[in-house]
Design a protein around this ligand. Structure first.
Ligand SMILES: *[C@@H]1O[C@H](CO)[C@@H](O)[C@H](O)[C@H]1NC(C)=O
Ligand SMILES: *[C@@H]1O[C@H](CO)[C@@H](O)[C@H](O)[C@H]1NC(C)=O
Ligand SMILES: *[C@@H]1O[C@H](CO)[C@@H](O)[C@H](O)[C@H]1NC(C)=O
Ligand SMILES: *[C@@H]1O[C@H](CO)[C@@H](O)[C@H](O)[C@H]1NC(C)=O
Ligand SMILES: *[C@@H]1O[C@H](CO)[C@@H](O)[C@H](O)[C@H]1NC(C)=O
Ligand SMILES: *[C@@H]1O[C@H](CO)[C@@H](O)[C@H](O)[C@H]1NC(C)=O
Ligand SMILES: *[C@@H]1O[C@H](CO)[C@@H](O)[C@H](O)[C@H]1NC(C)=O
Ligand SMILES: *[C@@H]1O[C@H](CO)[C@@H](O)[C@H](O)[C@H]1NC(C)=O
Length: 902
């Protein structure tokens, strides 16, 4: 018999649970994996949510959905231990209630005994603040309520393992712990770092941080007995083995201390005793009814990002430095970062829901991975000071090849950058243009990328990519104009006019009759390569020519503009004849084929009005009459009836002339994104019937999902384009290789200065400079560019000519692995060759940090900082950076060994 007291408690618990449940929005979106900490290609952690009904028993993984990233989260309530992340022992799994995904956050609502928790994984997107955008860190924070309304004794715990910095359990790792006035952080890195890696960066340092000043205990009027606590109560930050620390946490009572079983600061990812060293932060909240935004930060830092020499002819090797990560700045920034993230989420969701909730779901899932494909870099002068005029961005072809700045992926992601931060497009284009403007690049058409595999950037001077000449030249011209239109920044046009003109001329000669040229889709193996005259490819080329006409106009070259307009118009007329057949569009000239004419979006995004309205209507009619819609949408083309591409489907949706067609295309892509039966971290390529993904390339976590923003990008306003005065007189000549303009007022710099100044103003002045970066490069230097083995692009297999209705097998789609839990054993080989990129002091023994004396000033609104900073000149900023650097050097000289912190 239950006692009366117990019964009443149960009834109250039930009422609370119902009330809370009704307060929650009903979950309707069920991705098979959700982003947890997704900021860069290598700081990229996901949770596979296919595991039966409770994702709270699954270890987080790297984006490849294979490699476990050890990350355990516990809450202990009245002495009972539950985990809210990972699958650690001891302890019970908390009960999963639901998952919400917003553009910047993934929120897992779980029940742990009487406490209901919102576990929020926040990966900020910081448009317009490139300093913050380049932090490779994410937050996880807990909010909780006792569902019985009573106080409970609560302790919290989180740890990460060395799996964050290597693929292999046997890799040697070293770690340390640093306490500043406002943050405690652990760091761990390999003892044998190498910049040759496939996915998990073997030259990275992972951080696990917590604020030592509590933002958690905000004063609540509802609670009469509040405390203002400075510092998390009984914060314990310690490195020990998983088995020792987790067991101690589960068994020790209130006011606990944890004891390490590790001597020293070196070990293996997994010791010979089977134990994993883990870096933990734990705390005791005492008796409480609520948990208010207790936050940790995690992230993976690589520095330098890569080395890039614009063109071999220049002979200058720039060391690109991730200049902005500040380990305690990130933690101190949490309250304002969250406020900004919520505001951004709200804006994006409001815009996207005006299309549909389906569409809002796709945008929410795609936003973080679109931004995380890109890293922003700043180079240094030979004396080590930063070159603020040289801001670049580098994209890794995550989930696909390992190419750097793959042009067709930048094209796919363009809508996200146009909507979120159009200057990113320019920073991605700059190194591509710089490289192709050098004398080492001699092709008359544009290159597909900067080479690879990431992070090596050898360039790709070979002639192998002639088969993609129309594809890449068209993409580049479209991207350059899109960047100028959406930012108003004409500097790329001014600098590279002649190069762009050369590509446009190539298109004038080649675009209409592509012959045996391929579109980039051939890389995925979903186009039949023997097919000639692909309509959609010709369309891209012709749109590229009209884009050049606009570029010429912007440059004040009226004759060129007229010439290109005349060419584009006449080629378009011919194309209409070749592509259409009784009110339908063909995928290839002369054949009864069909496919998604996704390049129509470029005409719309650039507002060229080159393509006649009748073509849009014909495309709509073709879709509804010819393409068979399966559960997960339309196949890309009749070349392969089973292969669907989410990115190009969304391009087509945004280009559709009517809302019915638009929504018809969006709905099944959303169906797939919300199908939790098949493996995949939001892949772009999947089987249209089964939803299964291809074995390789699997397209997991591809930045190409920036295409989800296609409909929103249509509303991005035109800016008045200004070409800097010194560039309007001619531009750099193609092949001259030396006329790199050093504009200190360039477009991108504005954003960077804003970012830097905002950070300076919040009073956080940690400068991390590598001695290495200050060294003067010389021929025998460690910066010598590695000579990589030639990188083979994945080429699709030749297929003998599938036509309409054929049974061309195409790519093989893999069924799920029978065990949905990734195995913890590793068969994969770790690349072992060292490259000259590695510095001796890859992993400095001590932390290089300074701390703000006034952390409170971090609450100053960042916008005020930005405004005042832009008026300051770059020179002033540079001297400020120099001063800071001196301060840091002094600090470093005075700094004792890192405090062992408990
Ligand atoms: C998987 O999706 C179904 C709906 O299709 C949903 O009921 C279930 O809760 C989902 N599971 C997870 C772990 O998200
Ligand atoms: C958890 O999130 C839901 C949905 O946003 C919200 O209604 C609820 O109040 C949150 N709970 C806590 C404890 O913050
Ligand atoms: C929490 O409450 C329990 C039971 O009422 C009590 O034994 C314990 O001392 C309290 N702890 C604190 C830190 O107040
Ligand atoms: C199409 O959808 C957009 C956005 O949802 C809306 O503004 C517009 O009015 C719709 N057009 C028609 C013709 O319904
Ligand atoms: C127009 O462009 C073509 C190449 O596309 C070139 O051969 C021709 O000279 C140009 N005409 C003028 C007047 O610039
Ligand atoms: C491409 O189309 C043109 C024009 O119709 C035709 O002359 C040519 O033979 C086609 N090329 C191939 C390889 O089929
Ligand atoms: C944007 O600029 C282009 C070129 O100047 C122009 O054709 C187009 O009409 C403009 N669009 C809007 C909405 O102002
Ligand atoms: C982007 O570049 C433009 C042109 O230089 C500049 O005016 C603008 O402030 C930049 N935008 C952001 C958000 O940094």
């Amino acid at each position: 018999m239950l006692s009366r007291h117990t019964l009443i408690s149960l009834v109250i618990l039930q009422l609370w649970t119902n009330w809370i449940a009704s307060a929650l929005a009903q979950q309707t979106f069920f991705p098979s994996a959700v982003p947890l900490a997704v900021r860069t290609p290598t700081s990229n952690c996901w949770l596979d949510t296919r595991n039966g009904s409770n994702p709270m028993t699954t270890w987080p993984t790297f984006w490849n959905d294979q490699h476990i990233l050890g990350w355990a989260g516990y809450i202990k309530v009245d002495g009972l231990t539950y985990h809210w992340l990972g699958s650690p022992v001891p302890g019970n799994a908390s009960t999963w209630i639901e998952t919400q995904v917003t553009p910047t956050q993934t929120i897992l609502t779980v029940q742990a005994g009487p406490m209901q928790l919102n576990v929020t994984f926040l990966s900020p997107i910081e448009p317009s603040d490139w300093g913050r955008q380049s932090f490779p860190f994410s937050y996880v924070y807990l909010d909780g309520t006792a569902t019985d309304g009573k106080p409970h004794s609560v302790q919290l715990y989180s740890d990460i393992s060395g799996e964050w910095v290597t693929n292999s359990f046997s890799t040697g790792i070293q770690w340390s712990t640093t306490k500043t006035s406002n943050t405690v952080f652990h760091q761990v890195g390999s003892t044998t770092p190498t910049s040759v890696f496939e996915d998990v960066a073997e030259d990275s340092v992972a951080y696990h941080a917590i604020s030592s000043v509590s933002d958690a205990c905000s004063i609540s009027n509802a609670s009469p007995s509040y405390n203002i606590v400075k510092g998390h109560p009984n914060l314990v930050s310690i490195v020990g083995t998983d088995q020792a620390l987790r067991a101690q946490f589960a068994t020790l009572g209130e006011g606990f201390t944890l004891t390490s079983d590790l001597a020293g600061q070196i070990g293996n990812v997994q010791g010979s005793d089977g134990k994993f060293p883990v870096l933990a932060h734990a705390m005791d909240l005492g008796n409480t009814t609520t948990i208010t935004s207790i936050a940790w930060a995690v992230g993976v830092v690589r520095d330098p990002i890569l080395t890039f020499s614009g063109g071999a002819a220049k002979g200058i090797l720039l060391v690109a430095v991730c200049y902005h990560w500040r380990r305690n700045a990130f933690m101190v920034d949490f309250p304002t970062a969250r406020t900004r993230a919520l505001a951004l989420d709200q804006k994006i969701l409001q815009d996207a829901r005006a299309i549909s909730q389906n569409y809002a779901d796709l945008v929410s899932l795609g936003a973080r991975q679109a931004m995380a494909g890109v890293e922003i870099t700043l180079s240094t002068f030979q004396n080590g000071s930063f070159d603020f005029s040289d801001v670049k961005a580098f994209m890794k072809d995550v989930g696909n090849s390992q190419r750097v700045n793959p042009v067709e992926v930048i094209y796919a992601a363009l809508p996200a950058y146009m909507y979120l931060e159009p200057n990113i497009t320019g920073a991605l284009l700059e190194p591509l243009l710089e490289y192709q403007n050098s004398s080492s690049y001699t092709n008359p058409f544009a290159a597909p990328d900067l080479g690879g595999p990431f992070p090596a950037v050898p360039g790709d001077p070979t002639n192998l990519n002639a088969v993609y000449g129309i594809e890449n030249s068209g993409n580049m011209l479209i991207l350059v104009l899109a960047h100028a239109r959406s930012t108003g920044d004409g500097s790329l046009i001014g600098k590279y006019y002649n190069l762009l003109k050369q590509w446009a001329d190539y298109l004038v000669s080649n675009a209409l009759i592509p012959g045996n040229q391929y579109s980039a889709d051939a890389r995925d193996g979903i186009l039949v390569q023997s097919h000639a005259n692909v309509t959609n490819l010709a369309l891209k080329g012709i749109i590229g020519i009209q884009a050049m006409a606009e570029v010429s106009q912007i440059m004040g070259k009226g004759a060129d503009a007229q010439n290109y307009t005349a060419s584009a118009t006449s080629l378009m007329q011919s194309w209409v004849g070749l592509a259409s057949q009784s009110g339908r569009l063909r995928w290839m000239y002369d054949e009864s084929t069909f496919g998604l004419m996704y390049n129509l979006l470029a005409d719309k995004l650039l507002q060229l009005n080159l393509v006649p309205a009748s073509i849009y209507t014909a495309e709509s009619a073709t879709l509804s009459s010819n393409q068979v819609q399966a559960q997960f949408g339309f196949s890309l083309s009749s070349d392969n009836a089973s292969a669907a591409r989410s990115d190009w489907t969304l391009f087509s949706a945004a280009a559709a002339p009517d809302n019915t067609t638009r929504d018809l295309l969006i709905a099944p892509v959303r169906n797939h994104a919300s199908s939790n039966l098949t493996v995949g971290t939001f892949p772009t390529l999947y089987d249209v019937q089964t939803g299964l993904t291809q074995a390789a390339p699997n397209t997991f976590a591809s930045p190409a999902q920036g295409a989800m923003f296609s409909v929103l990008a249509l509303n991005v306003a035109n800016q008045t384009i200004v070409v800097p005065g010194n560039l309007t007189t001619g531009g750099a000549s193609a092949g001259s290789g030396g006329s790199k303009a050093k504009s200190h007022t360039g477009a991108i710099v504005g954003g960077v200065i804003a970012g830097i100044a905002a950070l300076l103003l919040i009073g956080v002045v940690v400068i991390f400079l590598r001695r290495r970066a200050r060294k003067e490069p010389s021929a025998n230097d460690e910066f010598e560019a590695p000579t990589p083995t030639p990188y083979q692009y994945p080429m699709a297999q030749q297929s003998d000519g599938a036509t309409f209705g054929s049974t061309n097998p195409g790519p093989s789609f893999l069924p799920d692995s029978p065990s949905s839990q990734p195995s913890r054993t590793f068969g994969s080989s770790v690349p072992s060759n060292k490259t000259t990129l590695i510095s001796q002091n890859r992993f400095p023994p001590g932390p290089l940090s300074a701390t703000s004396s006034q952390p409170a000033s971090s609450h100053e609104p960042p916008s005020s900082g930005r405004r005042s900073s832009i008026s300051r000149g770059t020179d002033e900023l540079r001297s400020e950076m120099e001063r800071l650097r001196q301060e840091v050097q002094e600090l470093r000289a005075n700094q004792d060994a890192p405090p062992g912190y408990q």
